[in-house]
Design a protein around this ligand. Structure first.
Ligand code: HEM
Length: 438
């Protein structure tokens, strides 16, 4: 496929047209390394009209403005009804439209405030012990799979299961059901990607129906016997009656938490592991909690798991001096803003010592990521635990990136262990896993 592409699409030069640079992002080469193409787009203009109803935003300051702009809204049910009625009713599209991610004021604030109870510092502290425990269990499993000198996939053994277990603990999904979630959540998440194929859309619809059925049963169960989890808590929220979540809001937002928190966090952990193992830093660079946290922060900026989000103009308006007619779509290239030299000097260099402020990877404004502290914690704990138990971890065979535009993540990340590089603590952990009672 790459050989058939015109070479102008593949060689990012300042003279490249915006349309070619945009088209390049949809090629395998562009997805493997979008950053040179972002640079071309930003050099043309940080807010760049490419058609009558599409602008690309690549500048840091302009992305911040767009995310906080009162006339730029998420692609909600009203947008779908008006601009894409043929798909508005599909289960996957309707699920997101009815969740807070695509919600508009005032419903958005009401729902977000209720769900945010799950992410208070107190609840996060309570989750910390389970993150640490799960990370240790999974790293021990990874070590077992690595054996003596073989390759094992860090995505399958660690990066994918960790966020599934953490969100499942949060929501109260029993252990035996968790394996089932991964393919469903993965299929549903694809609906967020501009590269979505008709088959993927069909799979996303099936997954949406299955997940909503699953959560309807879980909610019914928690009504009968409440537990110490988010589902029970949301059922029992004692705000005023009108402030309570409707059944549909409850179900769509439970599904949203899984989708929003799964492949994104897995992507972050995979990108961080790949960086630490191939960027010359080595596992010692993430040995302490503080080191792991700053490392994760720079991975978020340098190689964000979420590269793109979108808004639409609800009326004629302006963004950074560019006129937008009502109905215009704004493609917000967060990954490009994170490499804006006006905000981050030498933006292509990976420098965990940077103190130059926040990346755009969790968004801004009303829809700022609710799970940001959780994702940061999961990734930094997993890195630290790997460094502690498997200091001899090395990159293995060839890693493969997922075939997505929105999500920047590895599909497979083979690792290897140098002989004798397994700490005593790590060996004890693996041995303890082999005992029959565990
Ligand atoms: C590295 C991991 C993650 C990244 C990069 C990420 C990124 C984002 C971004 C960019 C947004 C804003 C989208 C927009 O404004 O259009 C968002 C929203 C959201 N995220 Fe995350 N996220 C991550 C992990 C999580 C986790 C772990 C959870 C929860 C378990 C979560 C839950 C949410 C929710 C509920 C929203 C919607 C908030 C709202 O609409 O008010 N995310 N996320």
């Amino acid at each position: 496929m790459a050989a058939a592409m015109p070479t102008t699409l593949l060689t990012p030069e300042p003279a490249m047209s915006p349309a070619d640079a945009l088209a390049a992002l949809f090629t395998p080469e562009g997805r493997a390394d979008p950053y040179p193409f972002y640079r071309v787009l930003r050099a043309h203009a940080p807010v760049l009209p490419v058609t009558d109803d599409l602008v690309l935003v690549t500048g840091y300051a302009e992305l911040e403005q767009a995310l906080r702009h009162p006339d730029l809204e998420v692609h909600d049910a009203a947008y779908n009804a008006l601009h894409r009625p043929e798909i508005a009713h599909l289960p996957s599209i309707a699920l997101f439209a009815d969740s807070m991610l695509m919600g508009r004021s005032p419903d958005h604030e009401r729902v977000r405030r209720l769900v945010a109870h799950a992410f208070t510092p107190r609840r996060l502290t309570a989750l910390e012990a389970s993150i640490e425990r799960t990370a240790r269990r999974l790293v021990a499993r990874l070590a077992e799979a690595l054996g003596d000198g073989g390759d094992a996939d860090a995505m399958a053994h660690l990066a994918y299961p960790l966020p599934i277990h953490v969100i499942a603990d949060l929501i109260g999904v029993p252990e035996q059901d968790r394996e089932w979630f991964r393919p469903q959540v993965s299929a549903l998440g694809k609906v967020m990607d501009p590269l979505l194929t008709p088959n993927q859309l069909m799979a996303a619809d099936q997954a949406a129906e299955r997940l909503l059925d699953y959560f309807a049963e879980l909610v019914a169960d928690r009504r009968r016997s409440p537990g110490d989890d988010l589902t029970s808590m949301l059922l029992n929220v004692r705000d005023t009656d009108e402030q309570r979540l409707s059944e549909r809001e409850l179900l769509t937002n439970l599904a949203l938490l899984f989708v929003a928190g799964f492949e994104t966090t897995a992507g972050l952990l995979g990108n961080a592991l790949a960086r630490v193992l191939t960027g010359g830093e080595g596992m010692a660079a993430v040995r302490t909690a503080a080191q792991a946290e700053t490392f994760v922060e720079e991975v978020l900026r340098h190689d964000s798991p979420i590269q793109v989000t979108g808004r639409w103009a609800v009326c004629d308006t302006e963004l950074a001096g560019v006129r937008l007619a009502a109905g215009t779509n704004a493609m917000l290239l967060l990954g490009a803003g994170n490499r804006d030299p006006g905000r981050f000097p030498q933006p292509d260099r990976f420098l965990p010592s940077r103190v130059t402020g926040r990346s755009l990877s969790f968004g801004r404004g009303a829809h700022y990521c609710l799970g940001a502290p959780l994702a940061r914690r999961e990734a930094s704990v997993a890195l630290r635990v790997c460094s502690e138990l498997l200091p001899g971890l090395r990159a293995g065979g060839e890693a493969t990136r997922g075939d997505w535009l929105t999500l920047r993540s590895y599909a497979e990340l083979p690792l290897r262990l140098t002989t004798g590089s397994f700490t005593q603590a790590g060996r004890r952990l693996v041995e303890s896993r082999r005992r029959p009672e565990l």
